[in-house]
Design a protein around this ligand. Structure first.
Ligand SMILES: Nc1ncnc2c1ncn2[C@@H]1O[C@H](COP(=O)(O)OP(=O)(O)OP(=O)(O)O)[C@@H](O)[C@H]1O
Ligand SMILES: [Mg+2]
Length: 297
């Protein structure tokens, strides 16, 4: 940790699931504060999200030491469309880069990027390297038990300082069921106080390439093509003028042949909403995950 505090900059946490990445990232932000440096935390773990709801990249600016990452105030978020990273990785990279720019604009001196535990296999190695090249961190903190992230470390530019750490024996692993329960609880909390609104798609545009088979599809065609049963509970990002996330919503109704979509969102007003970002994950207002849109039609 001292090596990072002595050479402040962007730090990427790297490691498989259950190695203590989030705990170490939080400790690093606390250490930065105690050393008189201004920290920021970018939570690019879209599944086990601590900053912002799942399926988003969140930016937090701690004002004082915290016990858990989730206590850090959220200042911005970017919707990536799914909690599982593989199919939406371009969006995850873009969101991480944007949250980093926001952190730098806020004069953060140490920016800690927490990441998913998806590190093993050729696709994961290529994806993580693509993200790290875009981020251009000064440091990578590699938490590993038996060399799991060495294939990623071998591909890093020479300019990155790599710090290898062994996981604490006190790490408590979470199985698949516990991970799903965690996400569903986070969504449930997010939508707990949500209200219904009707969006007119003639006045709210589609903002980013739609995550439907990777193609950009006009909203009217999407509504016509996707069976109503699959649109129901589709997670959407409600974006402001610059594409920033104002809030998440979930679709609760579409009248056949209509331009109107009924959504549920914790917002009190849609006044700031200019665009709709269509996700692929389906989440009920209760927080229950309801499967995904069939990608690759
Ligand atoms: N050094 C430590 N001392 C005590 N408990 C720890 C330590 N590191 C991690 N833990 C505990 O182990 C659990 C998992 O840790 P953490 O969430 O930091 O891991 P992670 O690598 O971020 O996991 P994930 O893959 O789910 O994102 C948490 O309950 C955390 O409190
Ligand atoms: Mg974590």
């Amino acid at each position: 940790m001292d090596a990072v505090l002595d050479a402040p900059g962007t730090v990427v946490m790297l490691g498989a699931v259950d190695v203590g990445k989030t705990t170490a990232a939080t400790a690093l932000a606390n250490s930065a504060l105690r050393a008189g440096l201004r920290p920021a935390v970018v939570d690019a773990d879209t599944g086990q999200s601590d900053l912002g709801p799942p399926a988003t990249v969140g930016l937090g600016l701690p004002r004082g030491p915290v016990r858990r990452m989730s206590e850090i105030p959220l200042v911005a978020a970017y919707f990536v469309g799914d909690t599982s990273p593989a199919a939406v990785y371009d969006h995850l990279v873009e969101g991480t880069a944007r949250m980093l720019s926001r952190a730098r604009a806020a004069s953060a001196q140490i920016i800690v990027v927490d990441t998913t535990g998806w590190v093993e296999g050729a696709a994961a190695v290529a994806a993580k390297l693509r993200k790290i090249r875009r981020i251009q961190p000064r440091h990578v903190i590699a938490l590993q038990r038996a060399g799991e992230v060495e294939p990623i470390l071998a591909g890093l530019p020479g300019s990155v300082a790599v710090h290898r750490l062994a996981p604490s024996p006190r790490v408590r692993p979470r199985d698949r069921a516990a991970r799903r329960a965690f996400r569903e609880r986070r969504f449930a909390e997010y939508f707990a106080d949500a209200r219904r609104f009707v969006l007119d798609l003639r006045t709210v545009r589609a903002d980013r390439p739609v995550l439907y088979a990777g193609r950009r599809i006009p909203q009217a065609r999407m509504l016509a093509e996707i069976p109503e049963g699959l649109l129901r509970h589709l997670l959407v990002g409600l974006a402001g003028r610059g594409g920033e996330l104002v809030a998440l919503g979930t679709v609760v109704g579409v009248a056949p042949g209509s331009h109107r979509v009924e959504i549920v969102t914790p917002l009190r007003s849609l006044a700031r909403v200019r665009a709709l970002q269509w996700g692929v994950l389906r989440v009920a207002p209760s927080g229950r995950e309801d499967g995904r849109l069939p990608v690759a039609a």
